[in-house]
Design a protein around this ligand. Structure first.
Ligand code: ZN
Length: 277
């Protein structure tokens, strides 16, 4: 039985979870509470500059767990998509992020054929993979729930993401992997098998939140762990079984949480991480 008591070491907070706080406030709050890792977004680096972001992390002793985000590779303009991602990778390297999340991009605007969109993602990730090795920042494909296939991601299952990894990186280098986010993957009948297939070299991040019933907004109504219907402990058990040693990131886009004091949201993240994750 794993020890759930007070070990906050794997816990990371995605900055979007407490967006009522500035990055400085979030890092300060996490440092005070013993949370050791935070995932920032590109807008933080674009607003503050990489040097300032790096200094904020260094001053509080909080680690940069990931970087949100690159992708949107189904853009008909291949060069624009590539350049934007190289820029994001450079930022991730500049701030010392240990990985960058990839949101593939939805159905392309120039064709309704989803297989074309997926093929584009594979081809363009293949090219970007070389840059990931250069910048030493792993790309982590995050499959999104199929409700986002229209606008955000044509990669909707761990199986599809792992097929891409196998095609691009058969040597299983650490520079290409996947994120299992329970919000996106909980419904998948093949989830357990795909977590085992991924192994801990491919599965480099585990994201947690909950699926509320009813969900009132496709993007901004994700639930705090324990408030919805996902068997988070069950999925965590599979993830533990493969020897997963990456970060467990609380990533919740929620207008309800944004309306609360940041301090309360952070306290709730910690409490629920300890009791239901
Ligand atoms: Zn996620």
């Amino acid at each position: 039985m794993r020890n759930l008591a007070n070990n906050l070491q794997p816990l990371a907070i995605n900055a979007a979870t407490i967006k009522q706080w500035s990055l400085a406030q979030l890092l300060d709050g996490c440092a005070r509470r013993g949370v050791t890792a935070v995932t920032p977004w590109r807008h933080h680096v674009q607003e503050l500059g990489a040097a300032k972001v790096r200094r904020l992390f260094a001053d509080t002793g909080v680690r940069i767990s990931g970087y949100c985000r690159g992708g949107f590779l189904t853009n008909p303009d291949a060069q624009a998509a590539h350049d934007e991602n190289v820029e994001a990778l450079k930022e991730a390297a500049d701030v010392g992020a240990t990985s960058m999340a990839i949101v593939a991009g939805g159905v392309a605007s120039d064709t309704k054929d989803l297989s074309v969109a997926r093929q584009r993602v594979t081809e363009r990730l293949n090219k970007l993979f070389e840059q990931a090795k250069t910048y030493k920042v792993p790309l982590l494909i995050e499959p999104l729930h199929p409700m986002y296939a229209g606008d955000r991601s044509c990669v909707n299952t761990l199986s599809q993401a792992l097929d891409m990894c196998d095609a691009i990186d058969p040597e299983r280098s650490k520079y290409l992997g996947v994120i299992c986010d329970v919000y996106h993957c909980w419904w998948d009948p093949y989830l357990k098998a795909q977590i085992y297939r991924a192994g801990k070299d491919r599965l480099q991040a585990f994201h947690v939140c909950d699926w509320l019933v009813p969900t009132k907004d496709m993007l901004n109504d994700r639930g705090m762990m324990g408030d919805g219907v996902i068997d988070i402990r069950g999925i965590r058990h599979w993830v533990d079984e493969i020897g997963f040693d990456g970060i467990i990131e609380v990533e919740i886009f929620s207008e309800r949480l944004t309306a609360l004091p940041g301090e309360d949201v952070l306290a709730l993240c910690i409490e629920r991480y300890q009791t239901v994750v």
